[in-house]
Structures are given as C-alpha cells and as structure tokens.
Ligand binder design. Sequence first.
Ligand SMILES: C[S@@+](CC[C@H](N)C(=O)[O-])C[C@H]1O[C@@H](n2cnc3c(N)ncnc32)[C@H](O)[C@@H]1O
Length: 330
Amino acid sequence: MHPLARFFNYLKRIEFSLAIQRKHLSEREQVEWYPVWMYELMETDENRNRPYRDTIREAVAGKVVLELGTGRKALWAVCCARAGARKVYAVEANKRAYLESRAYLKVRNIDNVHLICGFSDKITLPERCEVLVHDLIGNIASSEGMIPFIEDAKRRLLTPDAAHIPQRCVTCAVLAEDPTLTLAERSVSYVLRGFQRLDRLPFVRVFGFRQQGALSAPHVFEDFTFRQEQPLQRSVRLDMEIKRDGVLRGVFFFLQIYFNATRVLSTWASTSCWEKPFVRFKQPVRVKKGDHVELCIQSNLSGTPSYSLQLAHQANGSAKRIGEYAWSGD
Ligand SMILES: C[S@@+](CC[C@H](N)C(=O)[O-])C[C@H]1O[C@@H](n2cnc3c(N)ncnc32)[C@H](O)[C@@H]1O
C-alpha cells in the first residue's frame, strides 16, 4: 500500500482530525488527479464499502449492470459479477486506472465485466442496463459532476426502471465555529496545507469535524433521488437557527448517502474518505442562541458544477450580510 494511504488510514483509526487544503478541481481535472493512494483510501474504507457491497449482493443477480467510474480495481464491477450479474459494463475515464483494472480482471479471469475507457457521456453500449452503480459522489454530492453524467446515463444507457446504487444522496449544511483541533492536529494540518495559516483560507477540507464545533442543526442543501429527473440550476434559501452562543466562522457540508431507506451512510457521524468542505468567512461573528442566519446557495450543475453562497445574520430586527463565497468544481 502507498505510504500516504497507510498514513491517512492510521490517522483515521486514531480519530485524528485534519483541516487541509487543495485547489478546486473541475470534474475532468479531478479524473486526471486521482492518485493511487486516493484509490487505496477508497478501497480500504469499510464504512463506505460495506453498504455498497451489501446492496449490490441484494440487487444485481441476473441483471445487466453499468458502473460509472470503476477505478483501478473495477471494485463494484467485480462485486456485481461475483453477486451473479449477467453482464457488467464498467466505464473509467482515468487511463491509468482503466489499465490497472484491465490487468486486474485479466489476472482473475473475470470475463463478464466489459471494461470501457472514457467518460460515460462519450460512450455507447450495445444494450441498456438494469442497474446503475457508481461512486461519483463529491464532497458536496454534486461537486464532481455526477448529476449530468447520471442524467445522460438515464437517457441513453439505462432501462427506464433501472435500479440505482446508491438510491439517493443528500448534502447537509451546518453553521459552525472553526474546527476544534488539538495542537498535534493543528501542526500536522499546517504542514499538509503547505505551511498556510488556517485564518487566511476561505475554503478548508476537514476530516473529522467534531460535533462540538456545530452552531446549528444540519439543513438539507441538495437532495438527489437518482431515479427522478434532476434540475441543473438550483437555488436554496435556508433559515438556520443558532443553538448556542458562540463565534460563527463558517458553514460546513456533509453527506447522507442512502442505499435504501434504512442503510444510510452519514459522512459526519462516521469516518470515511469524504472530506467535509468548510467555507470560512473573513470575519468571525458573535452569535447568540435563538439568532437566525439565512444561508442562500445558488448552484449551476450544467457543466463544471459552480456554487455561490451568501449568509446574512438576523438579530435585533435587522439582517446583516456576514459572508459570501463562490467556487466551481470540487
Ligand atoms: C470516487 S472514484 C471511485 C472509484 C471506485 N469505483 C471506487 O468506488 O473505489 C470515481 C472514479 O470515477 C471516475 N470517473 C468520474 N467521472 C466519470 C465518468 N463520467 N465516466 C467515467 N469515469 C468517471 C474517476 O476517474 C474515478 O476513477
């Protein structure tokens, strides 16, 4: 295993929190970016993998399956083949990962997985598939471009009643103080950020956002039931109540991934390979229990996903703009 995958898995095991940084990447840049250690982190993330495996085993026997983004070990394609799928089409846009998956399938003599190199919206298939499996889920669910790819697959590659694994994905927003980190966590995070100070950054990626930093309950920002048609332009306005006195520093996001009504992975309640994006404002704002904060987010998911976020603090009968941030990609 790559030393970085070992290192991050170790930190995960000891519940070591991190606040790191990397630039936003478009969905096509992200595909090129995926390094081996990141694939290994996903391949060894049991909190993520268990619900995928259990759902696949219940759903695919005798079915024709499509996997979007199969990675470098054709992970879910192989799981589907072993669970009795009649045929699996597995698509991968990252050339290195595709070649590794091809070698992996060859060595194991798995012959009912048909591997295709390219972006899913550029390929054709000889038949329509009855099940779609994917993990194209970004740190904000839509941020790796999954919605247009899934809508395209529904139009051209899937049967009208195809099953989706997962079924639904929700992104929640929470108002928060800066993440609570120990001295060791702050020091390691600082090194991993390339020696950039946290208080200079408008967007941070947090692993292990501790509950005590939250100032509001989670509010749903995006909610995708994949069978349903999804609009590509969205605008949400959330009225969020402050639960305790504190210093509001920003808003962070986490996912709820539904495999069925009861099999749900929350990326806040359990550790996983997903980061919690944290949008930080320039100025901290003192807030009191019972105050209201209005969070408005506009998203455009038609090309590279883009988001524009504004917050206003409502106290003493007036509303004051307290922060804004706009970005595109993950
Ligand atoms: C989060 S990784 C998941 C890899 C593997 N399926 C797993 O679960 O461990 C997403 C993968 O999808 C690929 N990908 C993203 N969008 C794609 C698309 N539209 N068509 C094909 N591959 C895509 C990326 O290159 C990456 O390998």
